[in-house]
Design a protein around this ligand. Structure first.
Ligand SMILES: Cc1cc2nc3c(=O)[nH]c(=O)nc-3n(C[C@H](O)[C@H](O)[C@H](O)COP(=O)(O)OP(=O)(O)OC[C@H]3O[C@@H](n4cnc5c(N)ncnc54)[C@H](O)[C@@H]3O)c2cc1C
Length: 466
């Protein structure tokens, strides 16, 4: 039976394409009210980020415009989700709240509270898929019934899961006339300007669809060979849009071309699903997944940590990557691996420090992906491998994945004139060469803060004795 009014509670699903909750609400009700509740605590909490807050505001603006174009709007409320939804439901005399399921421990707890409180008020509260390609991904299990801990068998099982159909964007939203929709927050309300990156991508579904089209029209063909080259535009850069739900990964699956590049890219999307699965089946992100490493002794040296954060370690690949992060609010995946290995293995610093720093700056900063990847590169997480396999030499990584030096020179201007053969280890240049190329080590560019060879021995011992 059709309902009079359904509220669609938007969260990390800021799009109108392939949005099952929105489309079902429109099919089931006379009036539909999309709402986003801005929770100030979430905007300023431990894992908040000025870059992501700004991006969120842009996503909200874009979603509101798209909904307005089809007769709807996006109501903005500020405060705690339970109270705001309760108040709005009362004001509208609504009968149901629909939303897209989310999987972080915080979101799950919040959604349980909303469900408890609103069902008590007689409302129907219903969650829909849309965040991942596979709904109920947590049901996947090994033959013995335990959760997957290794990516490849998960991936094989995940590929076999029957997918839902993609839903078309709505043509019309039956929005009640005269409802106060509320102002979008001003950027100053949600961001600290000194923590904003200058060269960030714009938020919103419109920008997301452009970025996706650009990638599908070209680079995806060569993704399998180009994805590790840090200077090339070889990856899609859609990660922030996936994080905020401006793109539906299920819809993406239906438009992928048939090529090795596209298959390799689809496999990367599966890593995203895997880390969400891991967070659902092991919801303790602050704990090492591997029990044997939970009491590991990490070093704490604030000077080394600051040098890493500022991109002043003396290792060009690490420094370029850390500066890219602050400049663009994004970092190439290969670079994330290099700096993650460097922090945890060369400097022996707790992976949680790296995780927190990334969360502060990344537009795509995401509890599941960030935590999962930090644990992976620190060799304490799922998909285990011997420590030395994820202990990268930052110099040979630079040789291999930035062969022309374009990446390093783009982000570390002090090294612009240093010739290729010295770009991985500039401290090995003679004094004459340092002068000639305008890069005196210790003056224009830092000396290496650690000796990789010595650090390698120490870290192998640290993990052996853990
Ligand atoms: C230490 C570390 C921290 C990371 N933190 C995050 C994070 O907070 N948020 C985040 O989205 N990704 C994170 N990643 C994964 C990966 O680096 C980014 O997803 C990728 O660089 C985003 O760029 P892209 O969109 O061009 O990726 P593409 O290469 O075009 O891949 C397409 C999509 O697949 C997914 N994907 C690709 N690689 C991975 C991966 N290793 N794990 C999970 N998903 C993946 C992403 O959604 C990505 O947008 C992290 C990786 C490391 C090593």
């Amino acid at each position: 039976m059709s309902k009079q009014t359904i509220i669609v509670w938007f969260r990390a699903d800021l799009r109108i394409h392939d949005h099952p909750a929105l489309v079902t609400a429109i099919a089931n009700a006379d009036q539909v009210v999309p709402v986003f509740v801005l929770d100030k605590n979430a905007l300023t909490g431990r894992f908040s980020s000025a870059n992501r807050n700004r991006f969120l505001v842009e996503c909200l603006e874009d979603t509101r415009k798209s909904l307005q174009n089809i007769g709807g709007d996006l109501v903005i409320r500020q405060g705690d989700a339970v109270s705001e939804l309760k108040a709005l439901a009362k004001e509208l005399d609504a009968e149901a709240v629909y939303y897209t399921a989310d999987y972080t421990p915080y979101a799950l707890q919040r959604d349980r509270q909303v469900e408890d409180q609103l069902t008590k008020e007689g409302l129907e509260v219903r969650s829909f898929g849309g965040k991942l390609a596979v709904a109920s991904v947590q049901k996947l299990a090994t033959k013995s019934g335990s959760p997957f801990k290794v990516f490849t068998p998960f991936y094989k099982a995940w590929l076999q899961v029957k997918r839902r159909d993609v839903v078309d964007p709505p043509k019309k939203v039956p929005f009640p006339p005269g409802l106060k929709v509320g102002r979008l927050p001003a950027l100053d309300d949600v961001t600290q300007s000194d923590m904003l990156s200058p060269d960030v991508a714009n938020g919103g579904e419109s920008a997301a669809r452009k970025a996706l089209t650009n990638f599908l029209d070209g680079p995806i063909t060569y993704y399998d060979s180009d994805n590790n080259d840090m200077a090339k535009n070889g990856t899609s850069r859609v990660s922030p849009y996936l994080h905020f739900g401006c793109l539906s990964v299920r819809e993406i699956e239906t438009v992928l071309p048939d090529s090795n590049g596209a298959r390799a890219w689809h496999r990367q999307l599966a890593w995203r699903e895997f880390y969400h699965y891991v967070l659902l089946t092991f919801p303790h992100p602050q704990q090492e997944f591997q029990e044997r490493y939970r009491d590991m002794q990490w070093d704490s040296d604030s000077q080394l940590l600051e040098a890493w954060k500022d991109g002043k370690t003396g290792y060009p690949a690490v420094d370029a990557a850390m500066r890219q992060l602050k400049q663009e609010g994004w970092m190439h995946n290969r670079a994330r691996l290099i700096v993650g290995s460097f922090l945890t293995k060369d400097l022996g610093i707790d992976w949680r420090e790296g995780e927190a720093h990334f969360m502060q700056w990344l537009l795509d900063g995401d509890m599941a992906n960030n935590n999962g990847n930090w644990q992976w590169i620190a060799s304490v997480g799922v998909d285990p491998a011997p420590v030395f396999r994820r202990l990268y030499n930052p110099s040979s990584q630079r040789d291999k994945y930035d062969p022309n030096g374009d990446y390093v020179r783009r982000y570390v201007p002090e090294l612009t004139r240093v010739p290729d053969e010295h770009l991985s280890e500039p401290w090995r240049m003679s004094e004459d060469k340092q002068k000639k190329y305008g890069c005196e080590i210790g003056k224009d560019y830092p000396s290496p803060i650690v000796d990789h060879k010595l650090a390698r021995q120490a870290v192998l011992e640290r993990y052996r004795s853990a």
